[in-house]
Design a protein around this ligand. Sequence first.
Ligand SMILES: Nc1ncnc2c1ncn2[C@@H]1O[C@H](COP(=O)(O)OP(=O)(O)O)[C@@H](O)[C@H]1O
Ligand SMILES: [Mg+2]
Length: 258
Amino acid sequence: MVGRDGDVAATAATGADGAADRIIRAEGVVKTYDTGTSKVQALRGVDFAVERGEMVAVMGPSGCGKTTLLNCLSGLDQVDAGTIWLEGQDLAKLSDRARTDYRARRMGFIFQVYNLLPVLNAVENVELPLLVSGVRPKAARVKAEEALATVGLQEWARHRPAGLSGGQRQRVTIARALVNEPAIVWGDEPTGALDSKTANELMELLRTLNERQGLTLVLVTHDAGVGDRCDRIVRMRDGQVVGQTGHRLAVPAGVATG
Ligand SMILES: Nc1ncnc2c1ncn2[C@@H]1O[C@H](COP(=O)(O)OP(=O)(O)O)[C@@H](O)[C@H]1O
Ligand SMILES: [Mg+2]
């Protein structure tokens, strides 16, 4: 029970909302898209929470609101109602600039589309977020090389995206997502462009990073293979959370099961 007691103590120390172990918390999140001619209620009151170090999949049919949820939780998009706290901080209370800065310092993103710049080689793509946030070029290069080594691509640092396989490109995006040593990594269909074997290897890698570095991962996907590798699956339908499954529901991490 050591881990649990520790968590409880930490929660008490940080106050009311359990910020210490709930790295992500959302309550009553509503998001409506208004295209002028029609309104789509993409999120209809979503409650959601993730513990630090958890690896969670958000699953559900196409159009159920997964990407919208990820965009709202990560502060890429603004909600119409409800509250989102990240590391205890109410996102809506941050200025645009502070929110952008928070994202750059504390978050990494992995999308289905790799979003790599074709004219830059792997290490240049990985170091870009650091350069943008003002890290000196030499330090950025060292960190980018380390991140590439973490995903097993040190030999490919000087290759441009066109000279890499789909799986290698996705690993470059993972290195880029990790290079700022984020607290949370968000993935939107991270295996969407990969064949099943490569997708498996990718999930293996994310699992290892989660276990070794205590990284919190939220992966939005309709790939059951992704859900199987996570601690918990949150299921969505029509803009709502309709259920969840997972072994960490019953047995929190750190508790010996004997
Ligand atoms: N920018 C947008 N403008 C209007 N409607 C949108 C926009 N983005 C998403 N939607 C709609 O919101 C709903 C949820 O979409 P999305 O979050 O992308 O679902 P998922 O990622 O689960 O496939 C869908 O009905 C979609 O058509
Ligand atoms: Mg989507």
